[in-house]
Design a protein around this ligand. Structure first.
Ligand SMILES: Cc1cc2nc3c(=O)[nH]c(=O)nc-3n(C[C@H](O)[C@H](O)[C@H](O)COP(=O)(O)OP(=O)(O)OC[C@H]3O[C@@H](n4cnc5c(N)ncnc54)[C@H](O)[C@@H]3O)c2cc1C
Ligand code: SF4
Length: 514
């Protein structure tokens, strides 16, 4: 059953066996599994309920409606924009469908460095198989690549480097190119159409536009969740429960835990990974129509292992014009001129598997003081995200950016514009070297992320990690975290299936004890 603020009675006091906060990848998987085991589940989702009739493909309305902070969430210094869904189905409702398993070497690293031998590839196989079946995950057929994706495949062939079709979670996709605004054709098999649907076959009530504001922890069998409908009213929802699962994503989950005084030990909020993305725009003398077609159907991982399994990979985006308009190089008339040539643009995204040095580069926490995002002095604490690209990750990212520029030229671009504040245009090899002499600090290179993970990381050692192998807080039994924040390292592939697989395995391992 779905409850929206419209059909919510006045102040509401409820009881559940398990409360799940967040309806994205992790929350949906947990709901489907536990509901089918006969538990009474209540889910809370801060974002609105949506179905295909809401997906009008109007960017202006839908980005504000379904993206956290209207798509403008960023690090404190505004140097990295972080795209996050705030909607029924979480980020999976607006994501670009790339569906890779966690690579075996990453699972082996989790075992070696975090004691997570339960997640070794042989144990994960059946979980991935089940997910792939439920979400119709398949390799994109050869004849369905858009011109923008063909840039990757053509360049890879000419340069003799890796290039391959991606796998995605679709059924009956017509390639309209609007995955980032929700699928109007119900072709994308996101959480709404898969695991949330499964959960609703059982005793699972989902409150949408309802934000969990605090978890009061009494003991491992008693917690009280406080929530408020997001309709501006003063109403209040209180739920008493025996188990709490926080699945708000790697930015919101640590903030809620910290605000509730949970997960002590100084780990919650640290080790945020972002898979930082650098973009390069190629201008072609043929039409590419980058806003059209299956968004992310080809990739190259030639440089995936530069240092000890850490490196970069190349993909193309679902080019919503809002994303393009904000990140394009140049300002004023120059930006306008560039945007007018959007139909001849092809964009390559260079994603970096961050964390090569093992240090914490990013952190999410509550802070007091001058809020750098709006210049106001915050008497109340504000949610802060800080991130500094580690020198080794930066080296990898720039190697990847160089490769992307070369790929553009190899596929026939006449000009390449890396997304740099200087608006540098490259038309020949010499200019590539000149470009890399430019300063490359924060707010010089345009960086964004759609893959925050790791901020409540999982592992056996309570001094190094926040949750155990069953995703239960080391310091607060009875409270679980089941979302991207638990991944011990950046997975090095687009993370949706990694999150689903890890949550599925944690539930199999864990004895929820009810
Ligand atoms: C634009 C975009 C494109 C992407 N493309 C891909 C792709 O192609 N392939 C891929 O593998 N991954 C992709 N991703 C990433 C992938 O979708 C996410 O990694 C995954 O969905 C994260 O799952 P999660 O459970 O951690 O959180 P989410 O899916 O983000 O869900 C968290 C949910 O919790 C809700 N929430 C948070 N706090 C509260 C609270 N206090 N109370 C109630 N509700 C709360 C949020 O509103 C949100 O709906 C993309 C992401 C974005 C944004
Ligand atoms: S590209 Fe396919 S899956 Fe994406 S929104 Fe269009 S029809 Fe749906």
């Amino acid at each position: 059953m779905i409850i929206t603020p419209d059909n919510l009675p006045e102040d509401h006091a409820l009881q559940a066996d398990i409360v799940i906060i967040g309806t994205g990848a992790g929350g949906a998987m947990a709901a489907a599994r536990f509901a089918s085991q006969g538990y009474k589940i209540i889910m809370l989702e801060e974002g609105p309920y949506v179905s295909k009739k809401d997906f009008t493909q109007e960017e202006n309305t839908l980005v504000r409606k379904m993206y956290r902070r209207g798509g403008a969430l960023a690090t404190d210094d505004m140097s990295i924009r972080i795209l996050q869904g705030k909607v029924f189905g979480g980020s999976t409702t607006i994501n670009w469908m790339n569906s890779f398993r966690t690579p075996d070497d990453v699972l082996e690293e989790w075992s070696a460095d975090f004691g997570l031998e339960e997640y070794l590839p042989s144990y994960m196989e059946s979980h991935y198989q089940g997910i792939e079946e439920r979400m119709s995950i398949h390799t994109v057929p050869e004849d369905q690549h858009s011109p923008q994706n063909l840039i990757i495949l053509e360049a890879a062939e000419k340069m003799g480097i890796h290039g391959e079709a991606c796998r995605n979670n679709s059924h009956g996709c017509i390639g309209c190119g609007k995955c980032g605004l929700g699928c109007a054709y119900d072709a994308k098999q996101d959480m709404r159409l898969t695991y949330l649907k499964d959960a609703q076959q059982y005793d699972c009530t989902i409150f949408t536009s309802t934000k969990a504001t605090r978890i009061d922890y009494q003991d491992n069998n008693n917690q009280t969740i406080h929530a408020t409908p997001q309709d501006g009213s003063e109403r209040h929802v209180t739920i008493t429960t025996q188990r709490t699962i926080v699945a708000g994503g790697a930015i919101m989950t640590p903030l809620l835990l910290q605000h509730s005084g949970l997960g002590t030990g100084g780990i919650v909020g640290k080790y945020l990974h972002l898979h930082p993305v650098l973009g390069s725009v190629g201008l072609y003398d043929r039409e590419i129509y980058p806003t059209y077609g299956i968004p992310m159907s080809a990739y190259s991982h030639e440089l995936k292992d530069i240092t000890n399994g850490y490196g970069v990979w190349q993909e193309v985006p679902d080019l919503e014009l809002f994303l393009a308009g904000v990140n394009m190089p140049g300002i004023g008339p120059r930006r306008k001129e560039l945007m007018e040539q959007a139909n001849r643009m092809g964009v390559i995204l260079t994603l970096t598997r961050d964390g090569a040095s093992g240090k914490s580069a990013g952190q999410v926490r509550w802070r007091r003081g001058l809020n750098p995002q709006n210049g106001h002095f915050a008497l109340k604490k504000y949610p802060s995200i800080t991130y500094r690209l580690d020198p080794l990750d930066k080296k990898h990212a720039l190697m990847g950016l160089r490769q992307a520029i070369e790929m553009h030229f190899s596929a026939g671009a006449t000009k390449v514009l890396p997304m740099h504040a200087h608006g540098f245009e490259i038309t020949n090899d010499k200019q590539i070297d000149a470009f890399f002499q430019l300063p490359m600090g924060p707010n010089q290179l345009s960086i964004f992320s759609a893959h925050p993970t790791g901020s409540v990381r999982m592992g056996k050692d309570p001094k190094q990690t926040a949750v155990n192998e069953c995703m239960e807080l080391h310091h607060h039994p009875g409270v679980y975290v089941m979302d991207g924040s638990t991944l011990p390292t950046a997975p090095g592939v687009n993370p949706m299936v990694s999150i689903l697989g890890a949550v599925s395995r944690a539930i199999e391992l864990g004895n929820i004890g009810l």
